[in-house]
Write a protein that binds this ligand. Sequence first.
Ligand code: ME8
Length: 652
Amino acid sequence: MPEKFYITTPIYYPSGNPHIGHCYTTVACDSIARFKRMQGCDVMFLTGTDEHGLKIEQKAAEKGVTPKEFVDEVVEKFKSLWKYMNISYDRYIRTTDDYHVEAVQRIFKALYDKGYIYKGEYSGKYCTPCESFWTDSQLDENGCCPECHRPVAFAREEAYFFKMSPFADRIEKLLTETDYLRPKTRAAELVNNFIKPGLEDLCVSRTTFKWGVPVSFDEGHVVYVWIDALSNYITALGYENDAHDDFAKYWPADVHMVAKDIMRFHAIIWPAILMALDLPLPKHLAVHGWITFNGEKMSKSLGNVVDPFVLGERYGCDAIRYHILREMALGADSSFSNEIMINRINSDLANGFGNLVSRTVAMADKYFGGTLPTERETADIDDDFRAVVLGAFANVEQAMNETKIKQALEEIFKAVDRANKYIDETEPWKLGKDETKKPRLAAVLYNLLDGIRIVSALLSPFMPETMPKVWEQIGASETDVEYAKLSEFGVLPADVTVHKGEILFPRIDVEKEIEELNSIIQKNMESAKANLSAEEKGEVIELAPEITIDDFAKVEIRVAKVTACEKVKKSKKLLCLQLDDGMGGRQVVSGIAQYYAPEDLIGRKVQLIANLKPCKLCGVDSFGMICAADTSDGGCKVIFVDDSIPVGAKIR
Ligand code: ME8
């Protein structure tokens, strides 16, 4: 029976387009899954999307669609990116899948029946716009909401709680005395910040929004999104449902991989839930840092996204996979920069590995017409070369067992560098000129081809698209690159035939590329910013002083239809509109000429401030004003009125 191996990514929030940050975890897990498959394991690789919660409900409302319609669209973007990046997941879970929803309800009920979940009351300072409770210590320096900085009020809400304290000791031991957390250096921060001060019971239901898994035995409550989300790792295998049947086979997980922002949920809350359910704990939690851009975490709301599709189109998705995996050490952040990426692709892939393959194949072609003769002459230096390649194999295996991907790649490239050095040392171009040295030349080229076989097989989990092309070029069959054959030389047929092929990684013109990429990123950032609300951009909206309803009643806003419109001569900014206002008509001058052509407005219905004192603008009389809103790019948009509302109708 092959050894089983179960690996998971976090399930991502489908609240916006996936970016390079999401790619990192997914590509890292994909590489590990592929490596384990190559080793002969029976692998289950799970990814998916975490689709419930207030934020999704709000985003959908902003777009005027249902939450399900909203997530359906974004989930497709995630799936198409994973396809593009060659992600070989075995299963994709959506938390809106019926089987998951029902299983979460059963899990919640089981925890309730066991007495770990109880009904209580949540009280504290409540921020209505954010729909969040805060403790006094979390409030900002003015005693306001730490997120939106608006005033909070005391409120109570009925809610369910999960008892955390019974598990504190076991969790502390798990973090400090076992190999669960990787890197283990992070255990102290968790223990000191969360366990030592006393694990607080966790509020695990909400009544303030609907878009979640309903608590089956108490209408109006939905399950806290993290209980819903974390459960995915077991429901996807068939725990408490009939949709799948692999729980007994794959659980416990061998590796959950996440970034540091959600380490606490996976290091404390998830083990507590599993302990309460009497289930075995996952073997490892691998925590990586963030991909940052200009020092900030790369995320959609910061507007600093780098589009993986754009990068993949330019350099090929294997180069992108390689770059992000090569830069990030477990536990530490890695800063994304176009310059580092391009230099890395040029040095490691174009000059290092690509050049090794193309030089070797070209020489076999040039000196032997593609097929090596079997007469060989060996030399001591061959042993050293072979020892370095085989040593790399052993080190890669070790690093991958410890989920140290960057280290595994470094080991492989030590072998690539050694191979290039072997070419310099043996000088095959000199051997090729002398007929009597052909047996030596054949030995050198064979060693190189067989070394490339090992190195390329080791690289294949990380760059799955390119390596089969290498095997084609060096004349390796599928069985030649099997894992069991990577710990030995002499596997390629003695009379191997090479096939010259395309350049694997073309060299990139650094300066030209950086200029082009910077301008793409600049545009991405601008458009991402333009699409964010003021709140998402972190802007605080300063309201004008309060007015009473009587003050407001003084403003007469009426629906009017634009019947004619022209530019005001001598002004770049002004348009002169003729309006049917249901009161005999009137003329209004408006500063919107930069944003609208006259024909854009004719026939449209607008909101007219009808009792504004008349004035002259650029010498033209204006009797009122039409309403418009500022846009985030500094422009402005007229607030048009639905055509079914009659001219003259009062707006209140
Ligand atoms: O937290 N650098 O989903 P999420 C590296 N739904 N990794 C990054 C990253 C960056 N800049 N940005 C995102 C959630 N990630 C929850 C998870 S799991 C039961 C529920 C990766 O869409 C990283 O793996 O915010 C991080 O842990 C994950 O995306 C969070 O994705």
